[in-house]
Design a protein around this ligand. Structure first.
Ligand SMILES: [Zn+2]
Length: 474
């Protein structure tokens, strides 16, 4: 680990809370538990994540819609497992005077599917692929945490309907590819898990999840994908005329990606003791030009800095920091805090040489280039920063995983703020005992790589059926 990132590994909470406020990401002081204010940089970055994801969804034939915020108790209760899973976490609007209570969406299955029933008549209407980017609301009972665990959750949810189980399976793979693409552009290191049965989405046949690493050793679930089989379609009566003329019940999938959790992963994985380190694609300011004035040459230097900004502005979100009451040193400090990927410095020497000094935020390396070379150099740096963030993050994730052969070893690994890999028999009792004694949750078996158990369950000593990962989680 680099010296620069020492604080975030030693005292993650304090580092994170301080950074999100100073870098104008979010203000956690709104006096209602679990509800936070997204300030200009946080809101901007989340909007870029949304654009990136929606672009991929559109390219693969998903269509954007907008559904109501509320559902009724009757609609909410139709799928038995679903209501069991969510009933304790929902916010309810009591309209009083004998009118029915309304439930604010904790997710939108029970709001969308009654409409799918009306829209779908025959196989020609399938597949149906819709999405929306909205807030959902969950009355978290655990301690809330800014961006990670909030009660107002900004996310994107997609819901699809299919005529066959194989088409639903194909859809799961498409969703996986979409999320992988988005998270990789953001340089996020993650593992894809098939969640154990006891932890799958309420009403799903199985659930896949993207767990991103965090400096404190906890994992941050940034996205999930669920194969719903026909569980909801049966409950909501989503039927269609099949190709052979008979009636069939549809197959469904749904998947969601949490914008504030992805934002948290960007901050936590890439940030250092100087501040944010933003992937170029989401940075509010991608390149900042900082003039370094010299007595008697102020005008030439500011003019040249303006010309440099102009040469870059067509391609990048470029800013000129021409504040006259702030020193260049303070400006460097400010833009490092804000995570601007590239900084261009312009002083008397650069004016004389018709050159520029370019610094990259991720490694803080500086290099001098000519004015003509500058646009291609910045282009190269942005690509290099994007690749470097992803590579560094993946390396860090691998270094956080350790094999454990006993509950005691799991406990020690978690205490060291790391992630344990174990062999497990598959019994819920063992998972519960592990959670009680070691404090971590079984996150599931890897879906992105194949791992075969060879030995015994670390808890009961019975034959192991799965290789799984244990971590504390947000
Ligand atoms: Zn066991």
């Amino acid at each position: 680990m680099s010296v620069q990132a020492a604080k975030k590994f030693e005292n993650f909470s304090a580092w994170f809370d301080d950074l999100i406020l100073r870098a104008r990401i979010a203000d956690n002081r709104f006096p209602v538990k679990g509800f936070i204010v997204y300030m200009e940089n946080g809101a901007y970055i989340m909007d870029k994540i949304r654009e990136l994801l929606e672009d991929e969804l559109e390219k693969t034939g998903h269509r954007k819609m907008y559904f109501p915020l509320v559902t009724s108790e009757e609609l909410f209760g139709k799928e038995a497992e679903h209501i069991k899973g969510f009933s304790r976490e929902v916010f309810v609007i009591d309209q009083g005077s004998g009118e029915q209570k309304l439930i604010i969406r904790p997710t939108s299955e029970t709001i969308m599917y009654p409409m799918f029933r009306l829209w779908i008549r025959s196989h020609a209407d399938l597949p149906l692929k819709v999405y929306q980017s909205v807030n959902v609301y969950r009355r978290e009972t655990k301690a809330t945490r800014a961006l990670y665990r909030v009660r107002e959750i900004p996310w994107n949810e997609a819901h699809t309907v299919h005529e066959s189980p194989s088409d639903a399976e194909r859809q799961v793979r498409e969703a996986l590819e979409i999320y992988q693409k988005v998270l990789e552009r953001l340089g996020i290191g993650y593992m894809i898990f098939k969640r154990p049965d006891f932890d799958k989405f309420a009403g799903a046949v199985y659930s896949l999840a993207f767990d991103a690493w965090n400096p404190d050793g906890k994992v941050n679930q940034v996205a999930t994908i669920h194969n719903l089989g026909r569980n909801f379609a049966k409950a909501y009566g989503i039927e269609f005329e099949k190709r052979d003329g008979s009636r069939g019940t549809a197959y469904q999938t749904c998947y969601g990606l949490g914008f504030s959790r992805v934002l948290a992963a960007i901050i936590a994985q890439h940030g250092d003791d100087h501040g944010l380190v933003l992937p170029p694609i989401v940075a509010p300011v991608q390149v900042v030009v900082v003039p370094i004035p010299f007595k008697g040459q102020e005008r030439e230097i500011y003019e040249y800095a303006g010309k440099i900004r102009g040469a870059l502005a067509g391609r990048w979100r470029a800013a000129l920091d021409d504040r006259e009451d702030v020193t260049p040193g303070e400006k460097f400090y400010h833009w490092e805090l804000m995570g601007a990927p590239v900084r261009v410095e312009v002083g008397p020497r650069e004016v004389a040489e018709y050159s520029a000094t370019v610094a990259r935020r991720d490694t803080l390396e500086r290099v001098k280039v000519s004015f003509e070379e500058l646009p291609s150099k910045v282009e190269e740096l942005m690509r290099s920063i994007e690749a470097n963030l992803l590579e560094k993050s993946r390396r860090m994730m691998l270094s956080l995983i350790s094999d454990a052969g006993s509950v005691e070893e799991v406990k020690k690994i978690l205490r060291d703020r790391r992630i344990a890999r174990i062999e497990w028999c598959g019994e819920v009792e063992c998972a519960e005992r592990l959670k009680e004694e070691a404090g971590g949750e079984i996150r599931g078996e890897r879906y992105d790589i194949a791992e075969t158990p060879k030995g015994r369950c670390v808890v009961c000593g019975g034959g192991a059926r799965f290789v799984v990962y244990v971590a504390r989680a947000y």
